[in-house]
Every structure is written in C-alpha cells, then in structure tokens.
Ligand binder design. Structure first.
Ligand code: GLC
Ligand code: MN
Length: 434
C-alpha cells in the first residue's frame, strides 16, 4: 500500500461543507427517473491521474508520487492500489485505463500480457472491495516509438500484427474485468506528411483492423460496446478519425456502423472546430452515440490541455443532448482531464475530481429541468410543425418526384414567408436554467 491518500476521508454530499465534499453531486438524488450516479456514470482516467508526471513540452516531471517512475512491477502494484484508495475517497463508480498506464512493458509481447494480467488480478480484488467498475479498457498504441508511423495504419505489417496482439490482450482483460466498453483512440492513425503516405491503403488497413476487433469481441462474448474516439490532429498532422461525421462515413464504408459507437471528447470536439454539443447531437442523429470524455481546453492556448471541466452552462448543453437521446447505456462520463503541473498535492487530485463531479451534476440537473419543462423542445417542434402536414410528409416518401413537387408548388402559388428563428429568446430561456 502507498498510503498516499490515507489522510483524506471519503467524500460525501454536503452542500455546506468547508473542506473537500460534493456540493452538488448527490449520487442518490433522482434525476429523470434515475439516480444521479447512474445518469452521470463518472469514471477516473488512470493515465492522467496516476501515470502522468506533470511534464509539458518545456519541462519534465513536477509530481512526486511514491510509485514513480513505476518501471517495476512492484511500483506498478503500489500504484494500482493507490488508485483504488483514491477511488474509495471519491466513491468513484468507474475507472478507465490503457495497458501502458498500469504495467511496465515486458521484454516480449507475452511478458507484457502476463504483466497486464497480474495487475488485473489486483484490479479484480479491489473492484470487488470498492464497488468501482470498469467503464472501459484500451490499448496505448501511440507512446512507444514503434508506433511513430501509425498503429493499424503503419506501413510496416509487423506493427499491424503487434497491434493485433496488444489489442487482443487488452480486450481479454477488459472482458475479464466486466468492462462496459472497449475504446480505440487512433492517436497515430493519420499522417505527418502526405508525401510519404498511401492514404487509401492506410484507411483500408484501419477498416480491416476494426473488423478483426469486432469479430473477436463476438467470438469471446464481450457484450460491451466498441467505441472509436475522434480527434482531428495532435499528435499527427491529420488524424483519420477526425470528428463524428468523418468516423461515421468510415464506419459505413467498412460496414461497421451498427457495430461500433463513439466516445466523444469535449476537447477533441473543440479542436475539430465544433462545439461538444454539436458532436453529441450528430452522434445521436446518426445512432452512434456511446460515451463521453469530459474535459475542457484552454481557449487561448489552442492545444489539447485536457483540463477538468468548470463551465456549467457548457456542460449543461452537453448533458441536454445526452438526455435528449435517452441518456447513457454502456457509456459514461470519463474525466480525461489532468491537473495543472503546479497542482502537486494529493488534495489537488481529489479536489479536481470533486469539483468536476459537481460541475457535471449542476449541468445535468439544469439539462433535466430544461427537458422536463419542454419549453426549448416545444419551440423546436413548433419550428418544424409544417412537416406534420400530409402534403409535406408526402414529399419525403418514395414515389414523390422533383417534377411532381415542382408542379404542385407552382399550382399552389407558393410564396413562403420567413419566420423568426428566435435565437436570442432561446438563449435567454437557456440562461434561466444554468
Ligand atoms: C489518450 C488520449 C485520450 C484518449 C485516451 C484513450 O490519453 O489523449 O483522449 O481518451 O488516450 O485512448
Ligand atoms: Mn479522451
């Protein structure tokens, strides 16, 4: 045991507390027919909270943790236990991890797999003790230099095979730990320069790789969802999983649109030039919404700073889309967020998560109230009310023709009159809730 979080008592809901507590997140409060904890399904990201050492492009480690540098199994085991001590403090419903965050790599694929299984033994015991479940597992196919030219899209077929072995091991462990999803984030699946890249071949390899993963999932009876996480660039110049629309087109091309869903991250949405709620609304419209990575980026720095969320109105609009789509099924809210590198203390890590839980709870409650009151949706329905009329519906049906519609439009002497979009009134309405 590391004892690292020993001095911090488990947090509870106490709106008037002075110290560390949840002020808005009350796990048992009912929101739209479910416990708040079951609506939000919070997960702690192992990599940022227990793997990341506080470096940035201009300086290295700032955090001192008893398990760093975590390059032996002994230290990795200490870290695994410290993580679960932390989950207990937060009463965290879920966590997420990559193979690379939880075990030092072995000298061979086989040794790496064995080490992962040994850490999973600890996870299994501590999951039973704490009640923290696994939201998703994943493989890190981007940090090691062997992946520098891509994972499944690497020009070298040996890397493709290496990735197959790695993902198989991670999916096996995720399945064993009753993970609710398995995520693929293609950090290196893209290119640095088109001058050396066969873009068409790389997309075909990536499509084939994903099919192999889906086939294997069914073979072993893994019931969780396979999730793709879009990001437009960084670390590559251009990533193939650019955004929701791009990933959906890719899934359709390889016949996987009914097999794979999306893990949508706030920061990645912004980097792609979208709002988070746009990406969520589109995923719902296309039937591929799965889960979210909740964080925010700094609006000045323009890169993926992965900060903890602290903007209630923004978060409310995200949960509005999620609730409107029926809420999470296998998915949840994973805090893919890291401390600032000056936030050195154990308390900082707890406070960051407690604050994030509260921001999301307030956003969720505002979103639920907005939906229940139905004023925003009533305005939206009114805007499209014309489409309820039989003649309008008929235009969308099979058998309707462009020339038929044209003739009818002329015969009726149509002269459509513009109506207000009422944007400011709707914005005012939303501001009453957040
Ligand atoms: C990396 C990415 C993060 C992603 C995670 C899972 O840490 O930065 O966005 O969610 O990997 O693969
Ligand atoms: Mn993420």
């Amino acid at each position: 045991m590391s004892g690292y979080f020993d001095a911090i008592a488990p947090l509870s809901y106490d709106p008037d507390a002075d110290g560390l507590a949840f002020r808005a997140y009350d796990p048992d409060e009912m929101v739209m027919g479910k416990r708040m904890a079951d609506q939000l399904r919070f997960a702690v990201a192992f990599w940022h909270s227990f793997g990341w050492e506080g470096g940035d492009p201009f300086g290295g480690q700032t955090f001192e943790r008893p398990w760093f540098p975590a390059n032996t199994m002994e230290l990795a085991e200490m870290r695994a236990n410290a993580a679960f001590d932390f989950f207990k403090v937060l009463r965290a419903p879920f966590f997420c991890f990559h193979d690379h965050d939880v075990r030092p790599e072995g000298a061979s694929l086989g040794e790496s797999r064995d080490r992962l299984e040994r850490i999973a033994d600890i996870f299994e015991t501590r999951m039973a003790e704490t009640g923290t479940g696994l939201l998703w597992g994943t493989a890190n196919l981007f940090t090691n230099r062997r992946f520098m030219a891509g994972a499944a899209t690497n020009p070298d077929p040996e890397v493709f095979a290496y990735c197959a072995a790695t993902v198989k091991a991670c999916l096996d462990v995720t399945h064993r730990l009753n993970g609710e999803n398995y995520v693929l984030w293609g950090g290196r699946e893209g290119y640095e320069t088109l001058l050396n890249t066969d873009l068409g071949a790389e997309l075909d390899h990536m499509g084939r790789f994903l099919s192999l993963v889906v086939e294997y999932k069914h073979k072993i009876g893994f019931k969780g969802a396979i999730l793709i996480e879009p990001k437009p660039q960084e670390p590559t110049k251009h990533q193939y999983d650019y955004d929701v629309a791009t990933v959906f087109g890719f899934l359709q091309r390889y016949g996987l649109e009914n097999e794979v869903k999306l893990n949508i991250e706030q920061g990645h949405a912004i980097l792609a030039g979208h709002s988070f709620e746009h990406e969520l609304a589109l995923a719902n419209a296309l039937g591929v919404f799965g889960s979210i990575d909740m964080n925010r980026n700094d609006y000045q720095s323009g890169w993926d700073t992965d900060q903890f969320p602290n903007n209630v109105p923004e978060v409310a609009l995200a949960y509005y889309e999620i609730l409107k789509g029926g809420g999470f099924t296998t998915g949840g809210t994973n805090f893919d967020s890291k401390l600032r590198r000056q936030s050195l203390d154990a308390e900082d890590l707890v406070a960051a998560h407690a604050g994030a839980f509260d921001v999301c709870a307030r956003g969720l409650k505002a979103a639920a109230k907005m939906l229940e009151d139905d004023r925003l949706e009533a305005a939206r329905r009114a805007r499209y009310a014309g489409w309820n009329e039989p003649w309008a519906k008929a235009m969308l049906e099979k058998g309707a023709t462009l020339e038929g519609i044209a003739a009818e439009a002329e015969a009726k002497g149509l002269d459509p009159q513009p109506v207000s979009g009422r944007q400011e009134r709707l914005e005012n309405l939303v501001n009453r809730y957040v």
